[in-house]
Write a protein that binds this ligand. Sequence first.
Ligand code: TXA
Ligand code: MG
Length: 359
Amino acid sequence: TTYWKVLATEDVDVKGLAKAGELLRQGGTVAFPTETVYGLGADARNTEAVQKIFKAKGRPSDNPLIVHISHRSQIEELAAAPNEAVSRLLDAFWPGPLTVVLPVKDGALSPLVTAGLDTVGLRMPDHPVALQLIEAAGCPVAAPSANRSGRPSPTRAEHVREDLAGRIDGIVDGGATGVGVESTVVEYTADGNGDGTGVLHVLRPGGVTAAQLRAVLPGVEVREASAHLSEPSAAPRAPGMKYTHYAPRGVMTLVQGEDPERVLARMQRELDEARARGERTGALTFREHADALCADHVVACGSLGDLETVAHGLYAALREFDEAGVTFIIGEACPESGIGAAIMNRLRKAAGDRVIEAD
Ligand code: TXA
Ligand code: MG
């Protein structure tokens, strides 16, 4: 695995990126930073190359990949033209953490990318290194998160190395990612209400919040993905949502409730009982509450007063528990407003839907 360090993102190592782009063009796999998480890229038109992504990640082949582009004009070669509503979203959020699902053009991409669906998820990342790499590759770049399947997504190049060194051809290190959770995946359907207006389905909550989507599309119903894994959702689903993703090695349970004191008390009780059983315990909480909990390993993940900081640190926090050899984790829930919806979606998955109500 070749490793390129691209230190300052304003002054990218153009030579390194040219080589990494060449590797992609020749059918290799290269991990690279985006504003959300690190992606593992390959030429989306080349089936042999795309196969390497699935193999390196251990990813189930029925889970389609997002295709990354660097210019809006590339949509034309790959998918049906966006309608007015989707165009407004692209105006507002591209480049950025929004993936739009569109009908795929016949023969434009390897069938492995779409996993047999007749649609493709497209995204233009808001990261200078990602954009210049796609540019250098000169092809649409299929890229899932650059983790082994079932591990937390990587937000630093070290995470990619932990999971994939020796299994992929290159890693472009651009430092820590910004947003920290993946892009929001949306699909617009015209036949939603029966009243002529369409529905925007949020297939996966992410870096763009439902409120931001509604602000751009005031006349359109924005239907959020069901928060609970077990609840059947009315929306067409992102196939990837059914897998237990982002799982730390320890068994994790979330505690939620209106009253923080009761939540913390319940968390501590669970931790004490687990410790008495001989578990190595971990607590996932926020800066405001870190001193209130006692466990073998306490991680303060950002601040409740600024949920963006929680999203930014979430996956690194989950990885910390693995490094500490923790076998039992109690996590504190956060409010589901704004980016909190994406955070809680990921936390619920990491916890395999184990959630305790404190009140
Ligand atoms: O932020 C991100 O989106 C990151 C970075 C690397 O860009 N990528 C990412 O990819 O998270 P991945 O493969 O880990 O997740 C892709 C999600 C999955 O839930 C998948 O099922 C869904 O997008 N998806 C992809 N193509 C789809 C399609 N045609 N229809 C419905 N869902 C789709
Ligand atoms: Mg992923």
